[in-house]
Design a protein around this ligand. Structure first.
Ligand SMILES: NC(=O)c1ccc[n+]([C@@H]2O[C@H](COP(=O)([O-])OP(=O)(O)OC[C@H]3O[C@@H](n4cnc5c(N)ncnc54)[C@H](O)[C@@H]3O)[C@@H](O)[C@H]2O)c1
Length: 265
């Protein structure tokens, strides 16, 4: 297809993910669930991975009930055998792994002077080390085939220091996600594997709503957000479809920030 004829091909059709398969971690609820549903709506078959099997099953059922294809796999992302098993099951069920979304993560709050090294290590293990190891495992078949899309969930905290909550271990763990995304993107650019990350601002999920420390801060945060509200999961969904499909093939190593303008002030 020539460059000129591509311009006349329906852009929404070019964003479809039919015949693609995707794996999403931490997909049992919140942002990961939103990503899994969005990828399925765009036509991808989805492996819903979560530590909590009943949540994973329920999201996979939601996708199938809506006419999509999905399987649920219980895996702790810090367990590399469990991640490899999720990849193997995806390839066995759907024939390939083209799209991998490394989204599972935790957020615990503590002042810098009170942050224990155990807490530091926990954030590194789940939010950074497991994302790196998952990228390695997911990329194995993508590098062989010469095509793949990896999308990691980072955070707005990679651009600014969110406040008044104190979360040094989290902020540093997510800075690592941006650094590893950029580095892998550069190393794999000439082998067809694109690696990008999405950095949401403050999204109204259980991570906020079920936290006694974070929930009371919502009215304070709103003063810092030009768009005047927290993000909904639906505000983030289209980004993953874009980064998963062919229309973003010229984008790699990017940190796509969706934060209601919070980093402007
Ligand atoms: N909510 C926000 O405001 C916000 C903002 C920026 C970035 N993020 C990031 O987005 C991602 C998802 O956040 P969320 O708000 O949807 O969180 P959430 O707590 O609502 O959901 C996280 C899901 O991940 C699963 N999970 C946790 N640890 C896991 C592990 N070790 N292995 C497999 N699954 C695991 C949980 O069971 C849960 O289903 C996280 O990486 C988080 O840091 C969230």
């Amino acid at each position: 297809m020539t460059e000129e004829s591509t311009l006349h091909t329906d852009v929404l059709a070019r964003m479809r993910l039919d015949r693609r398969s995707a794996l999403v971690t931490g997909a049992g609820q919140g942002i990961g669930r939103g990503f899994a549903l969005a990828l399925a709506q765009a036509g991808a078959s989805v492996t819903v991975v979560d530590l909590d099997n009943s949540r994973a099953e329920s999201v996979a059922h939601e996708i199938v009930a809506a006419g999509g294809k999905a399987i649920a796999v219980k895996a702790d992302v810090t367990d590399e055998d469990a991640v490899q098993n999720a990849i193997d099951l995806t390839i066995a069920e759907f024939g390939e792994l083209t799209i991998a979304v490394n989204n599972a993560g935790i957020n615990r709050n503590a002042a810098a002077e009170d942050t224990t090294l155990d807490d530091w290590d926990l954030h590194q293990r789940i939010n950074t080390r497991a994302v790196f190891r998952s990228c390695q495992l997911e990329a194995a078949s993508m590098l062989q085939r010469g095509y793949g899309k990896i999308i990691n969930t980072a955070s707005m905290s990679t651009l600014l220091v969110p406040h008044p909550q104190k979360q040094i271990a989290y902020n540093v763990s997510k800075a690592g996600v941006v650094a590893l995304t950029r580095t892998l993107a550069a190393e794999w650019a000439d082998r067809g594997v694109r690696v990008n990350c999405i950095s949401p601002g403050i999204v109204r999920t259980a991570l906020i709503e079920e936290s006694d420390e974070l929930r009371p801060l919502v009215s304070r945060w709103l003063q810092d957000i030009p768009l005047g509200r927290l993000a909904e999961v639906s505000d983030i969904q289209a980004a993953v479809v874009y980064l998963a499909g062919g229309t973003s093939d010229y984008m790699t190593g990017h940190n796509l920030v969706i934060e209601g303008g919070q980093s402007l002030w």
